[in-house]
Design a protein around this ligand. Structure first.
Ligand code: GUN
Length: 290
């Protein structure tokens, strides 16, 4: 019973990637070879793992990838010059600069330097604004993946009450916009909200993206709600390291109709939608193509 409630993010990501592989083959038949450039500055070990996974996944679906590794003491002007070159290079369709960046580099300036139609993270102001206006723009990978999982679980989201916990630029805010676009009534809950649990208890859909281990307990969840857990928190428990979400999975399981586990829920969707965004970017840059 409880297994039936578990949303399998790996399986969903595999389906998205299968579609991407098909779309890439179609673009190649039109003479377009989608290409993703990934930039890594410094030697943050987690960032190295993320970048390696992105490059590997790109290869698997037939997307060419270019990796730029720059030293930790890289000056902002050097990074901006690289972005300028990639913006102007018609062979490059997607540009991703892995965050976080070293302190001498201003992340906002870097994001704004990327051509909006190559901004596969969907972080550029033009894409953020376009999302709010309901335009056909590149949208952030993680919340777009969450929306996909919700539509798989529930079908039409129209009229549902969605509560998004967390107001980050990467997940919470774009998630709220995407859910509004899907005709949900949306409540954003954050650190200054009064009685977050009571607000959350009204939700048909809960998306938790705060980075606090097991913050969402059983008393936050209305029976039958669908819960998407974006949190990836490393904790130590009984002497061993483990990953847990923002939701207390075991506690809320009896209440929910469906829920994403951590790991194996939202995680695999982010890279899948990065690949999908690279295909969308290639089409945006070549409007007459497939
Ligand atoms: N670092 C952690 N998550 C992300 C992401 O979604 N995009 C980029 N560029 N860097 C990240």
């Amino acid at each position: 019973m409880s297994e039936a409630k578990k949303i399998d993010g790996k399986l969903a990501a595999a389906r998205v990637l299968e579609k991407v592989r098909h779309d890439v083959a179609e673009l190649k038949a039109e003479g377009l070879a989608p290409c993703l450039a990934v930039v890594l500055v410094g030697d943050d070990p987690a960032s190295h793992v993320y970048v390696r996974n992105k490059v590997q996944r790109a290869e698997e679906v037939g997307i060419r990838s270019i990796e730029h590794r720059l030293p930790a003491d890289t000056e902002q002007v050097t990074l901006l010059a690289l972005i300028e070159r990639m913006n102007a290079d018609p062979a490059i369709n997607g540009i991703l600069v892995q965050m976080p960046l070293p302190p001498q580099i201003d992340e906002a300036s870097v994001i704004q330097a990327i051509r909006p139609d190559k901004d596969v993270d969907g972080f550029h102001k033009e894409n953020v604004g376009g999302l709010v206006l309901g335009q056909n723009v590149l949208t952030p990978c993680t919340p777009t993946g969450c929306l996909y999982l919700l539509e798989q679980a529930l079908g039409d989201l129209s009229g549902k009450h969605a509560v998004v916990i967390g107001r980050s630029n990467i997940v919470g805010k774009p998630m709220a916009s995407l859910l509004l676009q899907a005709h949900c009534s949306v409540t954003l809950v954050h650190s200054r909200s009064k009685d977050a649990a009571a607000l959350c208890r009204q939700a048909d859909i809960v998306v938790a993206a705060v980075g606090r281990p097991r913050m969402v307990g059983a008393d936050w969840i209305k029976p039958g709600a669908v819960v998407i857990d974006v949190g990836i928190n490393r904790i130590e428990e009984n002497g061993r390291a483990r990953l847990v979400g923002d939701v207390d999975y075991d506690a809320v399981l009896p209440q929910v109709s469906a829920i994403t586990p951590v790991p194996g829920g939202v995680g695999p969707m982010t890279i899948a939608f990065l690949m999908r965004n690279t295909v969308l970017a290639t089409r945006l840059q070549n409007p007459l193509a497939a």
